[in-house]
Design a protein around this ligand. Structure first.
Ligand SMILES: [Zn+2]
Length: 251
């Protein structure tokens, strides 16, 4: 899920107030104001926090590799907060601040702090089982949005955002690759043009996500080494316009 928008200053203050005093226990007592990736929200024990941060850093590194930046700062100098939310009130507040309907249990948003600093935020709800604080697949997906937002001034096309997010998820859940392709093809042949022009993929439309992934990997094959550059440059717009940009990058 993806939501781009600015949280009004008043909302940020409310959020800060709601979570005051319940800062996550990080293994090294990391300071969310200094670390490039910080946990916020509901407290986690040290093992859970270390597990979550290790998963996040592995996915971010994989994403950096995709863009040819292995070993560099995956977020190119920007800061990311991963919010673990167990309180329904905080959950509703964050959902409202994202300003979009059809958000799933996990979502990503970009905010502007009162000082004008851009902040990347991932919000993760508690899993139904409660066995682990978050769904690792959902975490990887949202990290995909964070990687794109850190590198692209523009937002969209929606299929590209969700296709890349699912691609990053598949890197840590390889079994999902064939599942997504099967779902994309389950209703027979489909034309990508209408998908390319959609401005939002609904969280309750898994076929659209599967098709976004299928289109992403198909074009990755067609464009080869030039695909990461196109991912950074492709603009939302009519399918014909996107297609001509893609054709210029095909090998
Ligand atoms: Zn998404």
């Amino acid at each position: 899920m993806l939501a781009h928008g600015l949280i009004p200053v008043a909302t940020i203050c409310l959020l800060t107030g709601l979570v005051a005093g319940c800062r996550t226990n990080l293994p090294n007592d990391s300071d969310p104001e200094r670390e490039s990736v910080a946990l916020r929200g509901a407290p986690l024990d040290a093992d859970e926090a270390a597990w979550l941060l290790a998963r996040a850093r592995a996915s971010l590194e994989r994403g950096a590799q995709f863009f040819g930046d292995a070993g560099a700062d995956p977020l190119v100098g920007q800061r990311l907060e991963i919010w673990i939310v167990r309180d329904p009130m905080i959950w509703q507040e964050l959902r409202a601040s994202a300003g979009r309907q059809h958000l799933g249990p996990a979502f990503f948003l970009v905010t502007t702090e009162p000082q004008g600093e851009r902040r990347l935020r991932i919000v993760l709800g508690e899993t139904p089982s409660g066995a682990l604080p978050v769904d690792p697949g959902a975490l990887a997906h949202e990290l995909g949005h964070a990687l794109l937002a850190a590198r692209r001034p523009q937002h969209g096309p929606a299929w590209l955002e969700e296709g890349f997010a699912e691609w990053l998820r598949v890197q840590s859940q390889p079994e999902r690759h064939s599942q997504l392709l099967a779902r994309a093809a389950a209703n027979g042949p489909w034309q990508p043009d209408s998908l390319m022009e959609r401005t939002l993929l609904r969280a309750d439309d898994p076929t659209a996500y599967a098709r976004a992934f299928a289109l992403f990997v198909e074009l990755q094959q067609a464009c080869g080494d030039r695909w990461p550059q196109l991912v950074l440059q492709l603009q939302p717009g009519p399918a014909a316009q996107q297609r001509s940009a893609i054709e210029a990058h095909e090998r």
